[in-house]
Design a protein around this ligand. Structure first.
Ligand SMILES: NC(=O)c1ccc[n+]([C@@H]2O[C@H](COP(=O)([O-])OP(=O)(O)OC[C@H]3O[C@@H](n4cnc5c(N)ncnc54)[C@H](O)[C@@H]3O)[C@@H](O)[C@H]2O)c1
Length: 352
């Protein structure tokens, strides 16, 4: 078991390699009332039933995936907290993927102006990314994740046993963030993945991959909790990735859209940061080895629409689209001056 410390508005630990049932017992000793928030896909696994004590625990079952990250579900959580007479010493426990931890964390941030919450992530994306760093939020008509709060959990408990039921598609989507982490900071992750070879091999070393990825995220977030500048390196691949997600009507997994965005950002880095082309090849090969997309088909997306989305992204400043690029693997840098022509040129290289 590994404890990784995060310093944010509070200090907390991410515990990698724990037994989540034991963790829930530990949480239950610290609070009188607990609301467990989990999607139907987790509840249906039947693992929660035996642990629930009706006098202390209540269960809120969310819709699946992105559907749960809306104001209607949030309002239903608030109503449940109200009818349970939740006070400041009670707690919310999120058991699910990134969509669930984002939603439940935001519910905790807003109830009574903030009550304790814990994350028990059940997807690879949730373990390596969404549950660590304190970003919580929902989607609205205005866009994805535009309404939210920086509000850290009291602890994050990672039990890799959850991954056994996770589909290969969702496992791979989580690997996109792991690969990103390898390219922005800890390049030993890239060696690990190359050695692992394929999805089954990566599943065997998931605890190592999670420990290394969380260590990087914890380090970056601890230096820059509210995304002043350094934390932006975690957005490598995300500027185009978010635009693709939106244009695809959120039908792609977040990690799949990020995979295409990573390839694009790497090509842009060749142009503007003198990244060697063999690094882009390495990135592309790794993504493809884990069944992640690296290209789009002609006509699949409208460049003008993607460009407008990128310009409206919350990370753009004064109308300039900002990207995180690479000078070399492990050496990220900011791209703030890319011209529209340079962006289009890199985009055309990913159109097949
Ligand atoms: N807060 C952050 O810093 C941050 C970072 C990255 C991503 N995110 C958010 O996280 C979400 C993506 O994360 P995700 O991929 O975990 O999405 P998700 O929560 O939608 O989970 C993906 C799918 O896996 C299913 N699932 C979850 N655990 C399972 C298990 N153990 N076995 C079988 N099926 C299981 C879910 O029901 C869902 O259908 C997005 O909403 C994204 O915006 C947040």
């Amino acid at each position: 078991m590994l404890r990784i410390a995060v310093k944010a508005e509070i200090s907390y630990d991410v515990i990698v390699g724990c037994d989540w049932q034991e963790s829930l017992r530990e949480i239950s000793r610290a609070h009188k009332k607990i609301l467990l928030v989990a999607p139907a896909s987790i509840v249906e696994l039947g693992k929660l039933d035996v642990l629930l004590d009706s006098s202390q625990h209540s269960l809120f079952v969310t819709p699946d995936a992105e559907e749960q990250k809306d104001v209607a579900t949030l309002e239903r959580i608030w109503s449940t907290l109200g009818s349970l007479e939740f006070g400041r010493t009670d707690a919310i426990v999120a058991i699910g993927g990134g969509a669930t931890t984002d939603l439940a964390g935001f519910a905790a941030a807003t109830w009574l102006r903030g009550i304790a919450w814990y994350a028990i992530p059940t997807t690879l994306a949730g373990m390596v990314d969404a549950s660590v760093g304190g970003k919580t939020g929902i989607n609205t008509q205005a866009g994805k994740n535009l309404v939210g709060s920086f509000y850290s959990p009291t602890s994050v408990f990672i039990d890799t046993a959850w991954l056994a039921t996770l589909s290969d598609r969702d496992f791979s989507a989580g690997l996109a963030e792991v690969i990103k982490t390898g390219f922005i900071r800890d390049t030993s992750i890239l060696d690990d993945l190359e050695l692992a070879g394929d999805i089954s091999g990566a599943r065997l070393i998931s605890e190592t991959l999670i420990a290394k990825s969380v260590t990087v995220k914890a380090d970056v977030v601890s230096s820059d909790f509210k995304e002043g500048k350094l934390r932006e390196i975690l957005n490598f691949g995300h500027t185009l990735g978010h635009a693709i997600e939106k244009s695809a009507g959120y039908s792609l997994r977040h990690g799949e859209a990020v995979a295409v965005g990573l390839h694009f950002a790497s090509l842009l880095s060749e142009e503007l940061l003198h990244l060697q082309s063999d690094s882009t090849e390495r990135l592309k090969n790794l993504l493809e080895r884990f069944s992640l997309p690296t290209t789009v088909t002609s006509g699949q997306y409208q460049w003008d629409e993607l460009y407008q989305s990128m310009a409206g992204d919350k990370k753009s400043r004064d109308g300039r689209i900002r990207f995180i690029g690479l000078r070399a693997p492990g050496e990220p840098d900011w791209i703030e001056t890319a011209s529209a022509d340079q962006l289009l040129k890199s985009y055309e290289r990913i159109v097949k």
